[in-house]
Design a protein around this ligand. Structure first.
Ligand code: HEC
Length: 171
């Protein structure tokens, strides 16, 4: 007698769906805060959100950002933000258009500022599409210091002008 009425393929599909549901639920949970020790050396910025990344080009902050990124982001965007074999986007490429396509310094600064805003909102609000959470929201979990430090790390990882880009980046 067959004790399990569900055919094998159905069972397999159900198991796959359960796995998917588990990983999506994982993305929807509020993510854990990074250890306070990682944040203590970041120059304080206060409550008001800056329009531009205030740490831009600061190598020391970029190093702290690297550790914060490893804690909170690397599991989906890859250890260096390049997303190879991970679900998230290649975050090193965010400013590639501004730096490779725009010559005028003022227009370029504007382009990078737009990306500062996009980056900040992406992290604070996370990414939901059609009711599915692809990336959790960090509002109330990551401080403005932590978010700009991570942005500073990723900016330091932007490929140099002479580097060949992966085909998808199109810069
Ligand atoms: C659970 C997986 C996951 C984690 C953790 C995660 N992300 Fe994401 N992130 C994604 C996915 C998937 C996308 C693409 C989603 C989309 O566009 O709908 C994304 C998109 C983004 C984008 C938009 C990129 C673009 O070009 O559109 C930014 C910026 C970003 N993530 C930053 C971060 C940062 C910073 C962290 C850590 C604080 C982080 N993410 C943690 C999965 C994740």
């Amino acid at each position: 007698m067959n004790t399990n009425p569900m055919p094998f393929l159905q069972r397999l599909a159900a198991a796959a769906l359960l796995g998917l549901a588990a990983s999506l639920a994982f993305a929807a949970e509020p993510p854990p805060a990074p250890p306070a020790a990682l944040l203590k050396d970041l120059p304080p910025l206060g409550e008001t959100w800056r329009v531009d990344n205030p740490y831009r080009g600061d190598a020391k902050v970029a190093e702290i950002g690297r550790s914060l990124f490893a804690e909170s982001c690397a599991r989906c965007h890859g250890p260096d933000g390049d997303a190879t074999r991970y679900v998230g986007n290649d975050l090193r490429m965010l400013d590639i258009y501004c730096h490779r396509r725009i010559e005028d310094p003022k227009a370029r600064a504007h382009c990078v500022r737009d990306n500062d805003d996009f980056f900040k909102l992406s992290v604070l609000e996370g990414k939901r599409r059609a009711g599915v959470t692809h990336m959790p929201a960090w509002q109330g979990v990551l401080s403005q210091e932590a978010i700009w430090a991570i942005r500073t790390f990723l900016e330091s990882r932007r490929p140099a002008k002479s580097d060949k880009l992966p085909p998808a980046a199109g810069g």
